[in-house]
Write a protein that binds this ligand. Structure first.
Ligand code: ADP
Ligand code: MG
Length: 323
């Protein structure tokens, strides 16, 4: 349903140099620098999937979203989304998709949000009954019944973002691109947005591609992660597999007795009399087996198990790929 193949995109930016004299020189010489934002990007996403598109700042996430949304044309490569080429068949294509950019408003600034919704209804030619039904649903799920009476400019970021998201779903798109939808939001709005995304993906089978920096978003929302760094896809897989690959368990054990040797899969991190912290590699040893081993050596008085957080996993991923 979404297929990107060998997409590349470069931006040309005028080279910056210090001083007026240099600025003039640069201006006349047309000294351009080429930035390779996307370097041979390929992936496929099936109908109904929810995918987290992650990577550090400047990795190329927004550029990919803009290309998939038909806003930008790539330098080379192909895309087939819902059977259409986004940047070529845009008029037809926009009926199938919704887009939200966390750092940009898609709503009319000076009119009540509800009026923006009406305008979108006309633009997308949404039939009365569909509009009514969908708006009622969105207003309820995002809790914006009162908020939509207020002009966009007067809303808090959290209120506005909930309205932006509603606006992207009014025409019941099959695919929605959300570029950093939770950026800068307060805790309550973040949770409201996450709950909404989860629900709409599950109930309406809306395909959702979400870019985020927020590891809690990743944890709460996505099974599949596509990692991009310096314009290249570095990894495409399940969050659960990543957890297996990168996550470690730490056992803090208070005990009676002595223990000097550990078995394969266990390493001492700290060692005191009666208290040890050990790292468990679950690829080698299960937690149950680790505990069984310890029980055979010492009398356990207390045991605590800590997991690596998704934050740690993302940091390790970035380290591993040098991005
Ligand atoms: P992300 O969303 O992952 O932070 P972007 O897709 O916005 O990354 O940017 C990818 C790269 O392209 C960055 O190096 C960025 O500076 C550059 N870039 C993005 N948009 C433009 C633009 N309009 N003009 C020039 N360079 C750009
Ligand atoms: Mg971005």
């Amino acid at each position: 349903m979404i297929e990107l193949k060998n997409i590349t995109k470069t931006y040309r930016v005028r080279k910056r140099s210090a001083g007026m004299k240099n600025a003039f020189k640069t201006f006349f010489k047309k000294d351009y620098e080429v930035i390779k934002a996307l370097d041979d990007i390929s992936f496929e996403i099936n109908e109904g999937e929810m995918v987290g598109y992650i990577g550090p700042n400047g990795a190329g996430k927004s550029t990919t979203i803009k290309i998939m949304a038909g806003i930008l044309t790539p330098d080379s490569g192909q895309a087939n989304i819902s059977g259409l080429i986004p940047w070529k068949q845009r008029t037809k294509y926009v009926k199938d998709i919704g887009v939200v950019f966390g750092n940009r408003s898609g709503l009319w600034w000076d009119v009540p949000v509800d009026d923006s919704f009406e305008l979108l209804k006309n633009i997308y030619k949404i039939p009365d009954d569909v509009y009514k039904q969908q708006k009622t649903k969105l207003v309820k799920l995002l809790d914006i019944g009162e908020i939509i009476k207020i002009p966009t400019r007067q809303l808090s970021l959290g209120q506005r973002m909930r309205c932006e998201i509603a606006s992207a779903f009014l025409h019941k798109p099959k695919i929605v691109f959300l570029d950093e939808p939770t950026i800068g939001l307060d805790a309550v709005s973040k949770i409201a947005v996450r709950e909404f995304i989860k629900k709409i993906n599950k109930e309406d089978k809306t395909t959702i591609i979400l870019t985020t920096h927020d590891t809690q978003d990743i944890e709460a929302l996505t099974n599949r992660i596509i990692l991009i760094g310096k314009g290249k896809i570095l990894l495409d897989g399940k969050l659960s597999d990543l957890k297996k690959k990168f996550s470690k368990k730490y056992l803090t054990v208070e005990f009676n007795g002595d223990i000097d040797q550990l078995c394969d899969g266990l390493i001492f991190i700290e060692k005191y009399k009666g208290r040890i912290i050990i790292e468990l590699n679950e690829n080698i040893l299960t937690l149950a087996k680790a505990i069984a081993f310890l029980t055979s050596k010492i009398e356990i008085l207390d045991l605590e198990v800590d997991n690596t957080s998704v934050d740690d996993i993302v940091v390790k991923l970035y380290q591993e790929y040098g991005i």
